[in-house]
Ligand binder design. Structure first.
Ligand code: GLA
Length: 387
C-alpha cells in the first residue's frame, strides 16, 4: 500500500522534498445512536479500514490536495490564507475545513502543503469517511508543524470544521472514536463531559459484520439537523419542569414522569429514543463487561427498533437488511449504525456462520430491494498513526 501511495504522490507532486505517510481509521458505532448531541453515551470502535495520506511541506502558502478516490477531480488548490468552503472543491473541503478550524483556534501554520489521500472506507455509508479525512488532516498538521494539542482536542477541532466550515451539525462521536481508537477495544464515551473508558471487545467466536445497504446518504441532505432541533425543542419543554442541561441526564423513570411537559407528540418520541438509547448503551457496556454477549445483542436489536419507530431514521433498506440478518443462525444482534437514512447496519455474527449469513442476507436484500448489498467482516484498529 505504502509503495503505491508514494509512487502516485511522486507522479502528482514531484520527487523533491521530504514526505511522510499517515493513516487514520474509520469507525463503526456498536450502540448509542443519536445520543451524542443529547449529552448521552456512545459505544463506537475504530476499524482497520480508513484513510491514508502522504504529505509534504511547501515553501509557499499554497495547499494542494489530491485524492486517489476522486482522480477525475485532479489536484485541488487553495491557499492557507482565507479558506472558504467552495462547492467545486468537493471532498477537499474536509481538509480545508480542518486547516481553517486550526487557524480559528489560534494555531499557526508556517507554510502550505501537498497532500495525497487514499481511503478504503466506502463513501457515504455511515462509516465516517469524512471524519477520517478530517482527523487525519489534523494529525498530519500537528505532526508537521509541531502543534501542541492532544487527541481529544484533535477530535474537537475536526468536529468544529464539520460544524462550522462544512455546515453539518454533527456530534462528537465520529471524530472522537477515530482520534482515540484502540485495537480490540470499543470506546465508552460520555458526550456530556467527554470522559471515556475503553472496553475490551471480547466477542468470543463472533465477529463484526457490517452490511452496506448501498443506499447512499449524506448528512447534509438528510434529516439529521431536523432530528437535532426536535430534540432541542423537547429539551426546552422539559426544562420548564425539571432542571437538566441535556436529555442524557434523565433516567427512563424520570422521563416517564416528566414527558407530558413536551408539547409536540412527535418530539415526545424523539426524546424518548434519546433517553432510552442512552440507558441501553450503559446497560450494553455492562453486559459486555460481564461477557453477556446475548444481552448485548438484544440491546442492539432494541436500539434498531427505537431508531425505526421512535426516532424514524431507518428507512426500508436498513429495516430490510436488519430483519433479514436477525433471521439467520448465529446472529447475536443487528442494528443500523451511524446517522441512518441508508448507509450501513452492523451485526455481530458467530464466525462459523458468516459465509452463509452473507449469502442469505444478500439474497433476501436483493430480492426485496432490487439491488445488491455489500458486506465487510471488519477488525477493530488503532487511532491515527505515522506509517
Ligand atoms: C453521525 C454523526 C454523529 C452521530 C451519529 C448518530 O454519524 O456524525 O455525531 O450523531 O450520526 O449517532
Amino acid at each position: 500500500m505504502k509503495k503505491e501511495l508514494l509512487t502516485k504522490f511522486e507522479e502528482i507532486f514531484g520527487t523533491e522534498g521530504k514526505y511522510q505517510v499517515y493513516f487514520a481509521p474509520g469507525r463503526v458505532n456498536l450502540i448509542g445512536e443519536h445520543t451524542d448531541y443529547n449529552g448521552g453515551h456512545v459505544f463506537p470502535c475504530a476499524l482497520t479500514i480508513g484513510t491514508y495520506a502522504v504529505a509534504r511541506k511547501r515553501e509557499d502558502s499554497v495547499l494542494r490536495f489530491y485524492s486517489m478516490n476522486f482522480e477525475n477531480l485532479g489536484v485541488i488548490e487553495s491557499s492557507v490564507i482565507d479558506l472558504v468552503m467552495k462547492k467545486e472543491d468537493d471532498w477537499a473541503n474536509y481538509p480545508k475545513g480542518v486547516i481553517w478550524a486550526l487557524q480559528q483556534k489560534g494555531y499557526r501554520l508556517e507554510s502550505g502543503l501537498d497532500i495525497l489521500y487514499f481511503g478504503n472506507i466506502p463513501n457515504g455509508a455511515g462509516l465516517s469517511s469524512s471524519a477520517s479525512i478530517e482527523v487525519l488532516t489534523g494529525f498530519v498538521l500537528k505532526d508537521f508543524f509541531g502543534l501542541d494539542f492532544d487527541l481529544t482536542e484533535l477530535a474537537l477541532i475536526s468536529q468544529f470544521a464539520e460544524n462550522k466550515f462544512i455546515g453539518v451539525n454533527c456530534g462528537i462521536m465520529d471524530q472522537f472514536a477515530i482520534a482515540r481508537g484502540r485495537k480490540n477495544n470499543a470506546i465508552f464515551l460520555d458526550t456530556a463531559d467527554l470522559s471515556y473508558d475503553y472496553a475490551p471487545l471480547e466477542l468470543g467466536d463472533a465477529k463484526i459484520v457490517i452490511m452496506n445497504t448501498n443506499k447512499r446518504r449524506g448528512l447534509g441532505d438528510s434529516k439529521y439537523n431536523e432530528r437535532r432541533s426536535e430534540c432541542d425543542s423537547a429539551l426546552a419543554d422539559l426544562q420548564k419542569v425539571v432542571n437538566i442541561k441535556a436529555l442524557g441526564e434523565l433516567t427512563q423513570e424520570e422521563f416517564e414522569t416528566h414527558k407530558s411537559a413536551i408539547q409536540n407528540p412527535t418530539h415526545v418520541k424523539r426524546a424518548m429514543h434519546a433517553v432510552y438509547e442512552n440507558q441501553r448503551t450503559i446497560r450494553a457496556v455492562e453486559a459486555l463487561k460481564k461477557q453477556d454477549l446475548a444481552l448485548f445483542g438484544k440491546l442492539m436489536n432494541a436500539s434498531h427498533e427505537s431508531l425505526q419507530y421512535d426516532y424514524e431514521v431507518t428507512g426500508i433498506e436498513l429495516d430490510t437488511i436488519v430483519a433479514a440478518a436477525r433471521k439467520q443462525e448465529g446472529v447475536i444482534g443487528a442494528r443500523m449504525t451511524g446517522a441512518g437514512f441508508g448507509g450501513c447496519a452492523v451485526s455481530i455474527v458467530e464466525e462459523a456462520g458468516i459465509e452463509a449469513f452473507i449469502e442469505k442476507v444478500g439474497k433476501e436484500y436483493k430480492d426485496q430491494i432490487g439491488y445488491e448489498a455489500a458486506f465487510y467482516v471488519v477488525e477493530t484498529g488503532d487511532g491515527p498513526v505515522v506509517l
